[in-house]
Design a protein around this ligand. Sequence first.
Ligand code: IPM
Ligand code: MG
Length: 362
Amino acid sequence: MSSYQIAVLPGDGIGQEVVAQARSVLEAAGARFGAGFEFEEGLCGGAAYDATGEPLPEETLTLCRRSDAGLFGAVGGPQWDALPRDKRPEQAILGLRKELNLFANLRPAVMFDPLVEASSLKPEVVRGLDLLVVREGVSGIYFGQPRGIEWLSPDEEKAVDTMTYTTGEIRQIVRLAFELASVRGKKLCSVDKENVLDNGRLWRRVAGDVAGEFPEVETSHMYVDNAAMQLIRDPLQFDVIVTGNMFGDILSDCASMLTGSIGMLASANVNETGFGRYEAVHGTAPDIAGQDKANPIAAIMSAAMLCRYSLKRVDVAEAIEAAVAAALDEGLRTSDIHTPGATAVGCAGMGERISALAAGTS
Ligand code: IPM
Ligand code: MG
């Protein structure tokens, strides 16, 4: 029996309850295939700030460094909004990305057929949607220097953020995106702002060079404004989209909403060693936290990604994904995806049913 060490970082708000369900599903599906899990919890986000004064304590980083993967809930809440930037819960996300070099942020947007009516777009525009945004996560304008706000005169300030990319950084993320495209739909769209930014010129040139290594993948290049428009106009044209940090932040939110519910979407942040931090795309939803109303599916799908990308356990990943699809086919719905005639369940009810299906016992 293989055993895997998983760092569990529930964070704040509904992060706690959805991660608890994801953990149970991992155990249930793992047991079926001889995969055991050792879970160790760490503090992050607002909960960590309250306990230690830091949103990302050193012990949490150490825990991640000795684990095979991290299962992350969500961070943030109004009570921490007024803190200085380096103490805000979001720093846990940015700090983990930077400290562990989680350079690749994988954000799939998958349409589950029973939910096709939940999208704000017409069913024929989104039915069958299965795209993957590959976002660079440790460079670009999020981390470039110099940055800051300075006084120009007693009544005038200036804010500076710097976008930088090196050839190596672009090559690394684009190559990973091509590798993923070559085992998916064999189409890759590289997104930049080549008509305006020097970053875009370099990005497009390097992406074009890497494309030469993957002749089996159909490659295209798109400006980011056009990509945003095309995602709404005809999202089925995309398979893998690769782009920089800030463009990826924006386009991945856009892609996620095509599916109708942000409560369904998983994501991964991975590094070159295979370690990854797996996280639902949704936030902490303080308004429903602790009320058993959250949809655990995004966290559970993140656990499936964890098995696929960090543990290379496609068997466990597929069992989890099939269990989610089966629970939806049975008509189970949390309130965010509720449709007339469906069976209303809470976070725990949804998680328990998916666990049973993933275990193969029902
Ligand atoms: C995301 C979020 C983060 C980001 C924030 C919370 C730091 O929007 O993961 O997309 O901008 O990367
Ligand atoms: Mg974002």
